[in-house]
Ligand binder design. Sequence first.
Ligand code: ZN
Length: 294
Amino acid sequence: MGKTVRMISSDGFIAASAIDATDIVQRAHEIHGTSHTASAALGRVLAVTSLIGGGLKVDGGSVTVRFDGDGAGGRIIAVAASDGAVRGWVERPMVDLERREDGKLDVGSFVGHEGSLTIIKDLGMRDPYVGTVGLVGGEVAEDIAGYFVESEQIPTACAAGVLVAPDGSILSAGAYLVQLLPGAGEDVVDKLERAIVGAGAVTKLFSAGNGPEAILRTLLDGFDPIKLDEYDTPYRCDCSLERVERALVSTGKAALQEMIEKDRGAEVTCQFCDKVYRFTSENLAELLKRATRD
Ligand code: ZN
């Protein structure tokens, strides 16, 4: 279970949230069999997506974060609910890359230095809010900050890090998101920038055993922060037999006919949790009836 804390500065100009996502990224590693670099890339995306989801303030809302970069790992997608529960997927989870010269995992080359980042916010209204921006390097956190500045005009500082053990298990993972609210003056910006630089690298902060609350108090040093809430954030997939059945029905009569006659059944694997749904010819014949009715 991940842990998330949200805070606001007492002057009301800065909103901040941080997540310890170690268990979430470990779960993703177990489901997808991610390489070291893939764990770092997907893990950063999962951690930040959970923070964005938890900030939606709409029950039943969700956010989808999609990286379409030109890197070795292909597309990365994460989806979070408004309670911060998150799930994710990476196109080529087994691909690994040489570490960079500074010893860090090469997330930028895995995600891609060129490409786009799309964020879809479903707030329960008729149409979701969709924004797309170009990547600014593929290191994930900088791309997310760039998205908020460019697409939502919200000055944002974002950091995300994942520390992978030699055996591939996740030692620590976490992220923070710090955003300026309307009315913040230059003095606030300067003081905040100094505090963020002073706090140091996010991976070091988490791997040193600091929890999300301690990290936020470091980032908001001098702003007398107030804790808004603290909650557990699981890796959670909401796939179900009903959803998979609906998806099969929507493939159409011809496709179902072929699964029945040629394959004598079907096996559908959920891309987010690797759960396998098996259908016999009889099951499929039922779905074919539904497809014919619609
Ligand atoms: Zn699933």
